[in-house]
Each structure stands twice: as C-alpha cells, then as structure tokens.
Design a binder for this molecule. Structure first.
Ligand SMILES: *Cc1c(COP(=O)(O)O)cnc(C)c1O
Length: 353
C-alpha cells in the first residue's frame, strides 16, 4: 500500500477555502523537523527554538523573540507583560483580539476598549479620546493594531496610519502591540520588508501556522525586558514546551522561505473575487488586498448557512462570516484550477436556486 506523503496538499476533490490555517507542512519543513538540533526549552533551552526567536526578532527589527504555541497566546502575553489589572487595552473594534480572543481577555482583569474604524484602521479621533486620562477613565496601558486585518477582509493598514497611531500612543506614554498574525501577507502586499511595518509597534505577534504553513506556533517579538517578562508569564500559562525545536524548525523554514510565495495567494484571491463578481449582481465579493475574500450573499435569497452547505455539496469549503457573508481564504494548497472550480461552484449554486 502506498502511503500519502503528509506534505502533499489535501485530496484534490475538496477546495478548502475555510482558512490558511489548513496548510500542511512542506517537505522541507519535515526534513528540518527531522534533523533540527533539539534540547529542553523548559530546562536549559532548545537551540532551534533560540534560532527561531533570534531570526524572527532580527527580521522584525526587535531585540528579542519568544516562541509560543499559538498567536492567541502571543497576543495574551503581550498584554499581560505590559499592563496592570484595572487598566485598559485600546484596539479597533473588529480586531481579532477583540472579537475572537475575549476568552483570553477575561483572564487579564483589563477592560478591552474597542474603537470604531474603517478597513481595520482605528478612527484617530476616537483613539485620541480613548487615550485621555483623568476623571472616571481607566488608564490605557496598551494600544493594539492588526495587519493584515482578518475581519476587515485581509486589508492592510497604511504605514502612515500605523505611524500616526504609534506617535499618539508614544505621546501618551503607552506601548503599541501589533497583532501581525498575517504580517507577511501585509509586507508582501505593501512590497516592503516586514521591519518597515513593525517599526510602528513595540511588540509584534507573528503566526507561523497560517500562510507560512508551519504546523503550529507563533512568535512574540519586542524589547529584551518585555520579552523576558513574557517568558516568565509563558511558563505560568503552561506554554513552555520541551523539545519544541522540532516545531520551531518548521517555523524557521516558514519565516525564511515561505513569505515570498504569499504573493501567489494574493493573485488567486483576486482571481476568485473577479470570478465571483462576474457571475450575477446578486453575489458580490470584496476586492482583496491579500488572501481573504468576503462574499456577500444577502441578495441571493439564500442564507449563508445554506450557501456553505450548497458549496460544500459541490466540493468547496467556506466559512460563514456574520449573517450574510462567506469568507474564502487562499493558501498554498489552492491552485488556479481550484479557484476556477470554486467560481464554477458559486455559479452552480446560483443557477440551482
Ligand atoms: C488566527 C489569528 C490569531 C490567532 O492565531 P492562533 O495561532 O490560531 O491562536 C490572532 N490574530 C489574528 C489576526 C488571526 O487571524
């Protein structure tokens, strides 16, 4: 019996657009995982984890890095390491840290203050208000941004916006965290080195298991003292692992070799968007800046749950996003034929209504 190579993409009958988290490790990742020097990261350190932490810190222009099991934990540690209970974190009100990481927020004893924005960028007037002190206000101890912005459809924050936010926060004596789960998608879309983005933040969370294709993990990067504090907190949360160099090896391969190819995912997302927008006025897709396309189904007379099921019956997996939208994410296992198959599935469901 021949065994399927685990580095191969999933069987071609399914076009899985649910998320870029479904990507499997590459063959090169498996090879590095097999051969990486390892140690005990909870005892005296793991050499491959140290290499990953140093590599990410250097490429993001930060002093130090910390390997953690997930980007959720990286964001949580950034908060815990830089705040005190009864203070507040200010962030755009559709940020992942706000909409999807509330569970983590409940452990912090902090209030998360959402600030309205557009395309993932906070309204600077609202931010100014949130940074005011005195009276009944809570002290703002951290401002967070997100790029590319998941809920805003993979939009990329303009660098001048990031600079303005950082400047306002600095003037108020408040550090800035960047949820850069898809930081390299943003860097590729802007055509700049990642460090040109991360210079507008004091700490950065980078997810290794999305488009970069590593199986698990994230890195928190920042100043030496903040990362040292986060390292202590990581142990308290049970996030310190042992021969984690095996996973860090895949992350290293991702950071060093998988960022440039994200441009292909962006081109295919655009191809999907153009294809869906060409079908019928009832269906409209966002024009993507990166690898996320949201498809609006409100005018089709079908609920998005019906859409998800009907597309699935045609071999295309998507996720409901809010009441009337579907989210489609391109990634390494999605080729041009898969995009064409997805567009055909959308057309088929429309016709069969
Ligand atoms: C996926 C994601 C996270 C969380 O990453 P995990 O590694 O799954 O915990 C955080 N922020 C954003 C913007 C994300 O898209």
């Amino acid at each position: 019996m021949t065994q399927r190579n685990p580095a191969d993409p999933p069987p071609p009958s399914v076009v899985d657009l649910r998320s870029d988290t479904v990507t499997h490790p590459t063959a090169a990742m498996y090879e590095r995982m097999r051969t990486a020097p390892i140690g005990d990261d909870g005892l005296d350190g793991d050499p491959t984890v140290r290499e990953l932490e140093a590599c990410v810190a250097a490429s993001l222009g930060k002093e130090a890095g910390l390997f953690v099991p997930s980007c959720t934990m990286a964001n949580l540690l950034a908060v815990l390491a830089q705040t005190q209970r009864s203070e507040q974190v200010v962030l755009e009100s559709t940020a992942h840290m706000y909409t999807s990481e509330r569970g983590a927020a409940t452990f912090t004893g902090l209030f998360y203050q959402g600030v309205s924005g557009s395309a993932g960028a906070m309204d600077l007037n609202r931010l100014e208000e949130a940074l005011l002190t005195g009276g009944h206000r809570l002290k703002t101890s951290l401002v967070a941004m997100e790029t590319s912005h998941n809920n805003a459809g993979g939009t990329v924050l303009p660098l001048d916006h990031m600079q303005a936010v950082h400047g306002m926060a600095q003037a108020a004596g408040v550090p800035v965290h960047l949820d850069g789960a898809r930081l390299f998608n943003a860097a590729v879309a802007l055509g700049v080195p990642a460090a040109d983005i991360t210079r507008h933040a004091d700490t950065v969370a980078l997810c290794l298991s999305k488009g970069l294709s590593a199986p698990v993990g994230a890195v928190l990067a920042g100043s030496q003292p903040v990362v040292a504090k986060a390292r202590t907190l990581r142990r308290m949360l049970g996030g310190t692992q042992r021969q984690s160099g095996i996973m860090a090896a895949a992350g290293l391969e991702g950071v060093q070799h998988m960022a440039a190819r994200l441009a292909e995912d962006h081109v295919r997302a655009r191809r999907l968007s153009d294809g869906v927008n060409g079908l019928a006025p009832a269906l409209s897709a966002t024009v993507p800046q990166t690898n996320i396309v949201q498809v609006e189904t409100a005018e089709t007379g079908m609920t998005n749950a019906q859409w998800v099921a009907a597309l699935q019956a045609r071999g295309v997996l998507t996720r409901p996003w809010g009441r009337t939208r579907l989210r489609c994410v391109t990634h390494r296992h999605i080729g041009d034929q898969d995009i064409d198959a997805a567009i055909a599935a959308f057309a088929g469901v429309l016709d069969a209504r």
